[in-house]
Design a protein around this ligand. Structure first.
Ligand SMILES: Cc1ncc(C[n+]2csc(CCOP(=O)(O)OP(=O)(O)O)c2C)c(N)n1
Length: 634
């Protein structure tokens, strides 16, 4: 019987002989490969933490002991060992297992994540609550070297390090963020890893020190002092020691005996401890070991041939952005590009290769990225910050206070705006219109297709102030064939002339509007279809005309209804006492779980048929016209 078949929860694991753990690790690797190649998901990070996770559950008693995963994309092995193996085939599908820790999924999922660098703060909070309630258990944060580049991780270490709180931080150091990790700390960690002399010397001196007799307190204190001064010479993680942590490591993260023994020792240490574990991202699968960046997150793929990609056939918004930025930067030396650890995901790799000196990967540091851009813009450059919509949330104050208040010409390229699908709640880019459009000075746009994205980028460079362009994940669909006009006057675009009903669609919802139009025509309703490509400022000339001429205005957006584009339209209509129905379609007031984009749109009734049904119903009711009517839980 396979070892994995005998394990459903951590107690089963603890019954295994320690000598069998490496064989179990191999079985789990195969299990992950078989499943993730079908479901898609975060492959390389999980293959790297197989032994680490086994050892954690072998030594600690989850859920009494609390294990908190940073980002949470590497929690698959944890899920497999905590009663979710049999459901693993549902990973990331609608109604199935989430790709991230979820409290409602398991008592072993202590804290929900998806955004990076939160684990040490959360773990410290849990540990402090434990102490105040006079409870006894271990709290462990598992954080990657990439996640450690985030400011929050430092803020938490700074706080934890000056307290006596018992807390274990496991630094999973694989030299990679999604791409190669960056920054001074990453360089320091590399130095530790790559210096065998250091480690040899440390071992020798430590064993000598352990051999010294402990005669009375003065002698013990003397040894402590000696140890402390030797630390500067010998302890590789002195930076962590100086921050108040006991540093243990570096430890080979694929040696189960070594891991079990270091965790056992760490349990006895008082105060905050940091265990430095070295792992190989993508371990055990040739393709992912050699190209961990490509295999960080994968769609379903063929195990034998690996994850292939036909670049031209997959011309995404991100690629369009990256290529166009590279081409306009040829003629404009002031353009610089900033990414937060995601050169590949945001399409900036061509720019990085062509203009290495004008490209800045700042690590997982969204706040810093935005204020860095503000500084550059204040000194005459044209910075372009490429960030996923969901992670941009982190930098709200920097956008408001450092960029917009000073009206600095920074361009924000907000990738993965709207519903993103399988990554679920923590990654949906459905808040950006609401958290940006109320900030003075900003211009906010959303293209209907990739060619319009290029036009918007050209336009943004002519604006002497902040501009944000939000665009969705993946490729454009049926709207790709539509021509795109230059923006110049920030006007909206009329795609179809009709009467009675005017549909105002934002970004990727233009595609839905085109299908909606067909559907309505089949019901003898001929709508006007507007590409509301500029969200702020509203095209008031066109809006006024439409509101006065139509019986019903319909807004479509893949942003939350509260504070979204539709709410601005309603505000305008109400403020100007225009007698017209307004129907807002967008994301209701709740978090949207994982599933395919198509499935989620249907569930949210944001597909063209559901919208057509709702419009037909309203028209059929022939209610007395009133403004401000909204759909969804507003
Ligand atoms: C605030 C935030 N920005 C960006 C990301 C995207 N992201 C997901 S995982 C990851 C790299 C994390 O690296 P590391 O912590 O070393 O984990 P590894 O995947 O290498 O195991 C990044 C940048 C994120 N999750 N959160």
């Amino acid at each position: 019987m396979a070892l994995l078949d005998q394990i459903n929860e951590p107690d089963d694991l603890k019954k295994l002989d320690q000598g069998k753990l490496p064989a179990l690790a191999e079985e789990i690797r195969k299990f992950i490969l078989q499943h993730v190649s079908v479901t898609g998901g975060h492959l390389a990070s999980n293959l790297g933490v197989v032994e680490l996770t086994i050892a954690l559950h072998y030594v600690y008693n989850s859920p009494s002991d609390k294990i908190i995963w940073d980002v949470g994309h590497q929690s698959y092995v944890h899920k497999i060992l905590t009663s979710r193996k049999d459901n693993f085939y549902t990973l990331r599908s609608y109604g199935g297992l989430s790709g991230f820790p979820k409290r409602k999924e398991s008592v072993h999922d202590i804290f929900e994540t998806g955004h990076s660098s939160t684990s040490i703060s959360a773990a410290l909070g849990i540990a402090r609550a434990r102490d105040l309630k006079k409870e006894l258990y271990h709290v462990i944060a598992v954080v990657g070297d990439g996640a450690l580049t985030g400011g929050m991780a430092f803020e938490a270490m700074n706080d934890a390090g000056h307290s006596d709180t018992n807390l274990t931080v496991i630094l999973n150091d694989n030299e990679m963020s999604i791409s190669q990790n960056v920054g001074a700390l990453a360089t320091h960690l590399t130095r530790i890893r790559s210096n065998p002399r250091y480690n040899w010397l440390k071992k020798v001196v430590e064993s000598q020190l352990r051999g010294l007799p402990l005669i009375g307190r003065p002698m013990a204190n003397g040894i402590e002092k000696l140890k402390n001064s030797l630390k500067y010479l010998l302890v590789p993680g002195i930076i962590f020691e100086e921050m108040g942590f006991t540093y243990m490591g570096p430890v080979n993260g694929h040696d189960l005996n070594g891991l079990v023994s270091v965790f056992e020792r760490a349990k006895k240490v008082k105060g905050p401890v940091l265990i430095h574990v070295i792992t190989k991202k993508g371990k055990g699968y040739d393709f992912s070991e050699t190209n961990p960046e490509r295999y960080h997150g994968v769609p379903p793929f063929d195990l034998e041939h690996g994850c292939e990609q036909d670049i031209e056939a997959n011309m995404t918004y991100s690629m369009t952005f990256g290529r166009h930025l590279t081409s306009i930067a040829e003629k404009n030396n002031d353009i610089v590009a900033i990414t937060v650890a995601m050169p590949e995901g945001t399409g900036l790799t061509p720019f990085k290769d062509r203009f290495p000196e004008r490209f800045f990967d700042v690590g997982i540091a969204e706040q810093h990225a935005v204020t860095l851009a503000a500084g550059m813009a204040a000194n005459g450059l044209r910075p372009v910050v490429a960030i996923y919509s969901t992670f941009f949330q982190r930098a709200y104050d920097q956008v408001l206070h450092d960029v917009c208040q000073q009206n600095l010409p920074v361009i924000f390229a907000l990738d993965r705006a709207g519903i993103v699908g399988e990554d679920g709640e923590t990654h949906q880019g459905v808040f950006d219109i609401s958290y940006l459009q109320h900030i003075p000075n900003i211009t906010l746009m959303a293209p209907k297709n990739t060619s319009e994205l290029r036009k918007m980028m050209d336009y943004a460079l002519t604006v002497n102030g902040p501009v944000a362009i939000r665009y969705p994940r993946g490729r454009g669909g049926i709207a790709e064939s539509l021509p795109s006009l230059p923006l110049r006057d920030l006007s909206w675009e009329i795609l179809e002339h009709g009467c009675k009903v005017a549909v105002l669609a934002v970004g990727s919802m233009v595609e839905v509007a085109i299908q909606l139009s067909k559907c309505l025509k089949a019901r003898n309703i001929r709508p006007t279809i507007i590409n509301a490509r500029v969200i702020k400022p509203l095209d008031l000339i066109m809006l006024k005309q439409l509101a006065n001429e139509a019986d019903l205005l319909v807004t479509l957006e893949d942003n939350v209804l509260i504070g979204g584009f539709g709410s601005s339209v309603v505000q305008y209509v109400v403020a100007n006492r225009i007698d017209v129905h307004v129907l807002n379609f967008g994301i209701p007031d709740r978090f949207i779980e994982h599933g395919s984009i198509k499935r989620l749109r249907e569930e949210l009734k944001l597909d063209h048929e559901s919208i057509a049904d709702e419009i037909s119903k309203v028209l059929a009711r022939e209610e007395k016209a009133y403004a401000g009517f909204t759909q969804g839980t507003y």
